[in-house]
Design a protein around this ligand. Structure first.
Ligand SMILES: Nc1nc2c(c(=O)[nH]1)N[C@H]1C(S)=C(S)[C@@H](COP(=O)(O)OP(=O)(O)OC[C@H]3O[C@@H](n4cnc5c(=O)[nH]c(N)nc54)[C@H](O)[C@@H]3O)O[C@H]1N2
Ligand SMILES: Nc1nc2c(c(=O)[nH]1)N[C@H]1C(S)=C(S)[C@@H](COP(=O)(O)OP(=O)(O)OC[C@H]3O[C@@H](n4cnc5c(=O)[nH]c(N)nc54)[C@H](O)[C@@H]3O)O[C@H]1N2
Ligand SMILES: [Mo]
Length: 775
């Protein structure tokens, strides 16, 4: 049979492994985490290379860990660095010496590769040379860099309009590359810059910008050490920001109370042993969270309103002691209207809707009523909800009542995901740049940048599906596996005339490609980047707005790799030629030159080259952090917002599903098949359910089921999952992505931010039927 007819699968194979479910762990980190970290490095067969790199990670003169965006403490690094288990796994992925070469692609068709799981695909090692898929081809073949850039230029210049191209960014790209990349897209003529923020923290920006006047968090690391209450809502730091745990521990030891709000009691929130203090300073039996509120999926809005209602009660009983009236009067607008709404709410109703007993809510409010320094941290549990923007505005409301923003030990902390996702945005990777930003680019470079807003991720997928976008360039990431509605998105990607992926490792987006496709291999954060004999340093911005330098140390695994900056500059030169007003060659030669020009275009980067070399880097300006709220609505005041509680009624046989990460994956990169803290071994196709739901629906633990979604009157199926009973509210379920992305409708999005609402998917669960697997 000719292979052209066979379409490579956009999904993981529908096959089960051998699940061992051991029950959730009570403790996160500690010695098992250290052992797991080192064993990953050894498994990749790179102990010396890996160890050398591990000792350099997050140390001065070393490189910035690519696993998350949590900042490093400046003064007190442990002898083995501020490493964490998952940072070490990320490093093992990069430091591996296994290579994916032209010979590998000759032996394996994309169809065959797509039959493997994401875990298996990731094991092949680092991409070693540029590859090209011709129209109708079944195998990638080698291509020279020059020819690859020619191909891109041919396709881009053949478009009827620059808006027929889209330029995606994942969040690992350095500030330097990001700046050049968006500059190229704009000089080429489009703002079509979808990025991973469109699936991640876009919601946070949409909530914080209008209410506080900045789209970012307002706290610094030190604020955690000296605060009264830390609320962690919709975030799983034990797995996804393990270095945050040390900050939480320190805060707690200094007297802060920690409240965790999550449908499930994540091990990292409930118990924690700091691996840097081998016995655990908190001691056995002391939980990190002082209080756990088991909210229903999307019950957070009702919960936050219940907290505010109770705070108002406390305030009425002790006037002036609970709310910060001075702050409210001088620094905010909209208070009276905001307070009025509480006449309509009753605690019992709100508690019922949130899923949290009123007594527990009362306990939480007691912890904060007479305190002034409160920090709210959040993650995807809120940003990926349909009403995520409103819920985050409600958090701002609560903090404004307490005057708990813009002062030490207080504020908002959206915990960013990718290690430089925040920097990408600061560098103007954004489908909706402001006129002011564009004016500045025009002034500095002398070309007219496009003014029309471009496509975000969801809109880009729809545009590809409608054949309005014909070329997709991806700077990192794994588009097909990270995005929703897998079947629809795969159709969209296959319609492209050309898909281009700049990548470090093989992934499914190389296999679900356009009519023609290019894979351009590049350096990772830990690789030593030498340009014209000079080792280069790059810079990134972490979750707290600190810009810092990073310098890789590992010898690149192949001399056919080129760095991301060179890729952008050579693409620009090939595509724009003499029509460009920018000296791309100069920027390809020196990152210092790139930083000099960034300094001219983006506020806060004065003296960039000197300051980035200082210990600990430098903070970007953040008016809200300093207590200045420059908002559109009230000019110099923060904004109280009126929000509503959503109706979460489900049909009789419906469940809500939140998709999440295991402890053994970084987004779509699957490190292993365990989710240790949740007690899952050797399986990813599991669905966590409440035992009562399992009983009521006639299922039993370990049953095989198929999952369905019916949004837009389309039947979407994710077959073959195993039921695991878990401590989760009734009618709520949890599964892992990317396996269940196929169930997330492209139209199931967060209001305003237009992010996929991947934590709010309505599903039905039926006994497994082999017919649902197809062939
Ligand atoms: N090791 C590792 N580190 C990572 C990543 C990784 O994949 N692996 N990914 C990185 C990226 S890009 C990001 S964005 C971050 C993601 O880090 P997180 O924001 O922690 O992302 P998730 O794992 O999706 O988990 C979100 C949490 O929300 C909870 N949740 C689900 N629904 C609700 C709800 O309705 N209400 C509340 N209150 N909680 C809810 C889930 O139970 C889960 O604990 O981590 C970054 N760091
Ligand atoms: N259902 C569901 N879907 C989700 C989420 C969810 O919670 N649920 N989370 C969403 C979130 S928060 C995010 S951020 C997105 C993530 O979406 P992406 O950022 O697109 O996905 P990643 O899995 O992080 O990308 C991994 C790939 O990046 C490449 N890579 C790694 N390092 C580098 C580098 O230094 N340079 C380059 N050029 N390439 C590199 C490797 O080839 C690797 O295969 O997924 C989103 N999708
Ligand atoms: Mo993310």
């Amino acid at each position: 049979m000719s292979e052209e007819k066979k379409v490579p699968s956009a999904e993981n194979p529908y096959k089960l492994l051998k699940l061992k479910s051991t029950g959730a762990e009570k403790w996160a980190a500690g010695i098992p985490a250290v052992m797991a970290a080192f064993s990953d490095l050894f498994e990749e067969g790179v102990p010396i290379r890996g160890m050398k790199a591990l000792f350099s990670m997050n140390q001065k003169g070393g490189f910035d860990c690519s696993s998350c965006a949590w900042p490093d403490p400046d003064d007190e690094r442990s002898p083995v660095g501020e490493y964490c288990e998952n940072g070490a796994k990320a490093l093992a992925e990069e430091a591996t010496t296994k290579k994916v070469t032209a010979d590998f692609f000759k032996k394996n068709s994309v169809y065959d590769l797509a039959m493997l799981t994401d875990f298996e695909i990731g094991r092949f090692g680092r991409l070693a040379e540029p590859m090209y898929m011709p129209k109708g081809g079944t195998h990638y073949q080698p291509i020279s860099w020059d020819d690859a850039f020619k191909k891109i230029a041919e396709h881009l210049t053949a478009l009827d309009s620059p808006d027929e191209a889209a330029f995606y960014t994942s969040g690992r790209t350095s500030n330097e590359t990001s700046f050049l990349y968006q500059l190229f897209a704009k000089e080429f003529g489009t703002n079509n810059m979808p990025d991973c923020s469109n699936m991640c923290h876009e919601t946070s920006g949409f909530a914080l910008m209008p209410t506080l006047g900045v789209g970012k968090g307002t706290v610094k690391l030190n604020d955690f050490y000296d605060t009264d209450v830390i609320v962690i809502i919709g975030h799983n730091p034990g797995t996804n920001a393990p270095r945050m745990m040390s900050a939480l521990e320190k805060g707690k030891l200094n007297g802060a109370k920690i409240i965790a709000i999550n449908p499930i009691p994540e091990a990292g929130l409930m118990g924690f042993h700091n691996p840097q203090h081998l016995n655990g300073v908190l001691g056995n039996g002391i939980s990190l969270a002082d209080l756990f509120l088991p909210v229903k999926i999307n019950g957070d809005m009702a919960l936050l309103k219940a907290m505010e209602l109770l705070l108002l009660d406390f305030e009425k009983k002790s006037p002036g002691q609970v709310f910060d009236h001075d702050f409210i009067e001088k620094k905010t607008g909209g208070y009276d209207e905001f307070i009025k709404q509480f006449e309509n709410y009753r605690l019992e109703d709100l508690a019922e809707e949130s899923g949290v007993p009123a007594a527990s809510i009362y306990q939480a409010v007691q912890m904060m009523a007479f305190k002034k320094r409160i920090i709210f941290c959040w993650g995807m549990g809120l940003t990926q909800q349909p009403n995520g923007v409103d819920m985050l505005k409600e958090i701002v409301n609560l903090l404004l009542l307490k005057g708990s923003i813009g002062k030490p030990g207080a504020g908002v902390c959206p915990v960013r995901g990718h290690s430089n996702v925040q920097g990408n945005r600061t560098m103007l990777i954004n489908e909706k740049p402001t006129q002011q930003q564009l004016d500045r680019l025009k002034e500095v470079f002398g070309f007219e940048p496009p003014r029309k807003h471009g496509y975000d991720v969801v809109r880009a997928i729809k545009a590809m599906h409608a054949e309005k976008v014909k070329v997709l360039f991806s700077m990192g990431g794994n588009f097909i596996s990270a995005t929703p509605d897998t079947t629809y998105t795969a159709e969209a990607l296959r319609k492209l005339r050309l898909s281009i992926c700049v990548s470090t490792k093989l992934n499914r987006s190389h296999l679900v490609h356009g009519q023609e496709a290019l894979i351009l291999p590049t350096y990772s954060r830990s690789d030593l980047d030498i340009v014209n004999g000079q080792p280069q340093l790059i810079s990134t911005e972490n979750s707290m707005g600190i810009v810092q330098s990073s310098q890789g140390i590992l010898k690149p695994i192949s001399d056919k790799l080129i760095n991301e900056t060179q890729i952008v500059c050579r693409m620009a030169m090939a595509t724009l030629g003499t029509r460009s007003v920018i000296n791309w060659q100069q920027y390809a030669n020196s990152y210092d030159a790139v930083r000099d020009i960034i300094e001219k275009c983006i506020p806060g980067f004065e003296d960039y080259n000197r300051r980035v070399r200082e210990k600990g880097g430098f903070y970007l300006p953040n008016a809200a952090r300093d207590g200045n709220f420059i908002t559109e609505k009230y000019a110099d005041r923060a904004v109280f917002t009126l929000t509503t509680i959503p109706d979460n009624t489900l049909k009789e046989d419906e469940y809500l599903m939140a998709t999440t990460r295991t402890h053994d994956q970084f987004n779509t990169t699957i490190y292993g098949l365990e989710d240790r803290y949740r007690g899952i071994k050797n399986e990813r196709r599991v669905i966590f359910m409440n035992q009562k739901d399992i009983d009521n629906s006639g299922f039993a633990a370990g049953d095989k089921v198929d999952l369905f979604n019916y949004d837009d009157d389309i039947e979407r199926i994710a077959p073959l999952f195993i039921i695991v009973p878990y401590s989760i509210p009734q009618r709520n379920t949890l599964t892992y992505f990317p396996e269940t992305n196929v169930l997330v409708s492209i139209n199931n999005v967060v209001g305003e931010s237009n992010m996929p609402a991947s934590k709010y998917v309505k599903i039905k669960i039926r006994p497994h039927d082999p017919l649902n697997i197809g062939n």
